[in-house]
Design a protein around this ligand. Structure first.
Ligand code: CUA
Length: 277
C-alpha cells in the first residue's frame, strides 16, 4: 500500500469517459433531430395520430435520456479517483420513491394518451359502405380477394386449395357467389374510402404490415381478423410479412396500389370482365 498521495488517480480517464458520453449524447440527438433514419410519411388519419404520439413519447423520453446522460458525464468527472477513500452508502429512499413515481406517471400517462389512436384502430368500428377485401397469407405470398359485382364472397373449401390450377384460396366451384370473386396477388384500393381488410392465414402465423399505414396485424390460422383504414393519398406502397414464418419469409411481400376512385372502378371493371371470360 502506498501513501495517499501516490494513490491519487489522474483526471484523464474520467475526462475522456465524460467526453465520450457527451459525444454519444450529441450524435444520438443529431440523428434523431435530422431524421437520418426515419419512417416514410403516414398516409391515414390514424397514422398521423400515431406519429404525433410517437413524437411526444420520443421527446419526453429524449429529455430524460439527455438529462440522465449529462448527469452521468458530470458524476464520472466529479467523483473521479483523486486518492480519496471510498465510502459505503445505503442509497436514498426519498430519491428512489421520486424517480420510481416519476417513471410510473410518465409511462402510464403516455400509455393513456395513446389509447385514442389505438382504440380507433382496434375498436373504432368500420364505417358503413366500406370496401371489404379478404387478405390471405400463405408461405410465402399474399393473396387478395374482392367479392365482385354481387358483393358476396364465395364459399371456401380447404380441399379445393390448389395454386397450380389457379385456385390458391380454394373457392368452391359449386358456389355461385364465388363465380365473380376477384382474386389477385396485389391489393388495389380507392383513395379516401374506408377499407376493411379481413386477414386470414392458410398455414402459419404471418403478419400484414404496411409501414405507411402504421398498421401491423397478425394473420392467424383459423381466425378472420378485421382491420380498417382510410388512405388519404394515391400511390404504391409495399406490403410485407412481419412474422418470421419460414425460410421464404424475407421475400413474402406484395404491393398496395391506392388509386383514384375512377381508376379503381376501371381496374375493378377490367377484373370483372376477365372473370366473365
Ligand atoms: Cu409470412 Cu413472414
Amino acid at each position: 500500500m502506498g501513501s495517499r498521495k501516490s494513490n491519487a488517480g489522474s483526471a484523464a480517464p474520467a475526462v475522456l469517459l465524460a467526453i465520450v458520453i457527451l459525444l454519444l449524447v450529441g450524435s444520438t440527438l443529431y440523428f434523431h433531430i435530422a431524421k437520418t433514419w426515419w419512417f416514410p410519411p403516414a398516409i391515414t388519419p390514424v397514422g398521423h395520430e400515431i406519429d404525433q404520439q410517437f413524437f411526444l413519447t420520443l421527446v419526453v423520453t429524449g429529455i430524460v435520456f439527455v438529462l440522465a446522460q449529462l448527469a452521468l458525464a458530470w458524476m464520472v468527472f466529479k467523483y473521479r479517483d483523486h486518492g480519496q477513500k471510498a465510502h459505503f452508502t445505503r442509497g436514498n429512499h426519498a430519491l428512489e420513491v421520486i424517480w420510481t413515481t416519476a417513471t410510473l406517471v410518465i409511462f402510464v400517462g403516455l400509455g393513456a394518451l395513446a389509447t385514442h389512436a389505438w382504440g380507433q384502430v382496434h375498436f373504432g368500428g368500420v364505417e358503413p359502405g366500406a370496401l371489404q377485401v379478404e387478405v390471405t397469407g400463405v408461405q410465402f405470398t399474399w393473396t387478395f380477394r374482392y367479392p365482385g359485382p354481387d358483393g358476396k364472397f364465395g364459399k371456401i373449401v380447404p380441399a379445393d386449395i390448389d395454386a397450380s390450377v389457379g385456385n390458391p384460396l380454394g373457392l368452391d366451384p359449386n358456389d355461385p357467389a364465388g363465380k365473380d370473386d376477384i382474386v389477385v396477388p396485389d391489393l388495389y384500393v380507392p383513395v379516401n374510402q374506408q377499407i376493411e381488410l379481413m386477414i386470414r392465414s392458410q398455414d402459419v402465423i404471418h403478419s400484414f404490415f404496411v409501414r405507411e399505414l402504421r398498421i401491423k396485424q397478425d394473420a392467424v390460422p383459423g381466425l378472420i381478423v378485421p382491420i380498417h383504414f382510410r388512405v388519404e393519398q394515391t400511390g404504391d406502397y409495399e406490403i410485407t410479412c412481419n412474422q418470421l414464418c419460414g425460410l421464404g419469409h424475407y421475400h413474402m411481400h406484395a404491393m398496395m396500389h391506392v388509386l383514384s376512385q375512377a381508376d379503381f372502378e376501371q381496374w375493378e371493371k377490367k377484373q370483372e370482365a376477365q372473370n366473365a371470360q
